[in-house]
Design a protein around this ligand. Structure first.
Ligand SMILES: [Zn+2]
Length: 306
């Protein structure tokens, strides 16, 4: 998560307001919309589960140096089955570590981007919550989703420089061609997990992506609630929103735990490992479901043309 220091005071007040106005309880409904074309139900979706031991070990292997964090994700991508030809780094203009990218090819040209920022804020804490929790899940999700053929090409990106103003994600999306951007059906971003059960930034989420998350949570009995982050705060998903690409950000922050971010308390001790592993399982199942159910963005293109 990233925000301007000057917005701190405003931001706490807005968070209080957001809590009253925005908690929608458990997202989603039990029934599939009758207008939706038939796909497998979330309960039928299969993915390969990474062990809790591996997920936990990766989280605990954090570095406080951003360049080492990026290198670890690159190494774990390779260990998790990312072929060398599909593993790359994207150098940024500034003196920041590169974005790290693994492409998991699918049967179609349609793309789902799976993103989390690898960097931590310069001062304070170990940056375990914000956002090693997110970055360290990328290789495990790659492992989960590579077990069966996919309709979509999944592009896993560890974004650099989020805390410097969404630098890596903005660079990434700005340097895609119009055609490449048009093929992105959805961006699933996660930032600051593990402080509690999974939350979703509902007010800045695409409705179809949010509905799909609700269905998966309901079917899997894994909790997710709508919790908007305060005004002034932002995340890498918003770099894609500038191009009207559907996006969603999952996190775990509440009013109570918000002060942990960018503070000396952002350490391993803040992590609730059961909740963190549940977030991993939910996201893995969600991505498998999206691969199965997301349809090409013809409707989106038509909308943009009008
Ligand atoms: Zn942050």
């Amino acid at each position: 998560m990233q925000w301007k220091p000057t917005t701190h005071r405003l931001f706490f007040r807005c968070l209080a307001g957001a809590l009253i106005g925005c908690i929608a309880g458990v997202v989603g409904s039990s029934a599939q919309s009758p207008t939706q074309s038939p796909t497998r139900s979330p309960a039928q979706i299969r993915f390969r589960s990474e062990t809790r031991d591996v997920v936990e070990r990766r989280l605990k292997s954090f570095s406080t140096k951003n360049s080492e964090r990026e290198a670890l994700i690159r190494k774990w991508f390779a260990e998790s089955g990312c072929k060398e030809a599909n593993l790359s780094e994207e150098a940024l203009d500034r003196k920041l570590p590169p974005n790290v990218i693994c492409v998991l090819p699918g049967e179609t040209r349609q793309v789902i981007v799976v993103g989390a920022h690898t960097d931590k804020v310069d001062s304070f804490g170990d940056g375990v919550v914000d956002n090693w929790t997110g970055a360290a899940l990328l290789p495990s999700l790659l492992y989960s989703l590579s077990a069966r053929p996919r309709h979509h090409t999944l592009i896993f990106v560890g974004f650099s420089g989020e805390e410097k103003g969404l630098v890596g994600s903005q660079y990434y999306v700005d340097h895609l061609t119009d055609e490449q951007r048009a093929h992105i059906e959805g961006v699933v971003n996660f930032d600051s997990l593990g402080l509690g059960p999974t939350e979703v930034w509902a007010s800045h989420a695409d409705k179809a992506l949010l509905d799909a998350l609700g269905r998966v949570a309901y079917a899997s009995k894994l909790q997710v609630t709508a919790m908007n982050v305060p005004e002034g705060a932002t995340a890498d998903s918003e770099s894609f929103a500038r191009y009207h690409i559907p996006r969603i950000t999952l996190h775990s922050v509440t009013q109570k735990t918000w002060p942990i971010l960018h503070s000396p308390f952002d350490k391993m001790a803040a992590i609730k490992m059961n909740d963190y592993y549940d977030s991993y399982k939910l996201i893995a199942e969600y991505l498998a479901y999206l691969d199965d159910s997301l349809k090409p963005a013809a409707a989106r293109a038509e909308k943009a043309a009008h």
